[in-house]
Design a protein around this ligand. Structure first.
Ligand code: FES
Length: 161
């Protein structure tokens, strides 16, 4: 889709505004198209759907899935569902947050890594599991997490040079 962000969003709103309960549909479509929901386009969505800006903001902030800023170059999802928790994903989460210096839904200062929770990757037999981009990693512990992150950082350096 070409055009300014406002034009892109206006076209999405126009396409879905007659859909029942259009706000979530529009927000998903915007994030799909732009990668995030820029705060400056909230008024476009609100006006197009005849909602207040506060209503649109409220829904964006309620659902952690929606981002108000671009994701990092890589997204690491750590599974928080039952099987992974039973196999140590809580400790893995703690290690990930500490080693990256961010919380879930945040991105490292260098813009490289976004950390997200996920609820089952369909890889329960190999818990704890994480997903990096499209790749699922099994039996991840603190050491293997660090080596996955180191590989991502090496890749980033190679891309720069
Ligand atoms: S519970 Fe983590 S992959 Fe299923």
């Amino acid at each position: 889709m070409s055009g300014s962000r406002e034009e892109v969003v206006a076209a999405i709103v126009s396409k879905f505004k007659e859909t029942p309960g259009p706000l979530l549909v529009v927000l998903h479509a915007v994030q799909n198209e732009l990668g995030f929901i820029p705060p400056e386009i909230v008024p476009v969505i609100a006006a197009g759907l005849n909602l207040s800006r506060a209503e649109v903001h409220g829904v964006i902030s309620f659902y952690h899935f929606f981002r108000s800023a671009p994701a990092g170059r890589h997204t690491i999802q750590i599974c928080r569902a039952e099987s992974c928790q039973a196999m140590g994903s809580r400790e893995l989460e703690k290690h990930a947050r500490q080693s990256l210096g961010i919380e879930f839904h945040q991105t490292t200062a260098d813009g490289q890594i976004t950390l997200e929770p996920v609820y089952c990757l369909g890889n329960c037999a190999c818990s704890p599991a994480i997903r990096v981009g499209d790749a699922i990693h099994a039996h991840v512990d603190s050491d293997s997490f660090d080596s996955i992150v180191a590989d991502l950082q090496t890749e980033a350096v190679e891309v720069k040079s």
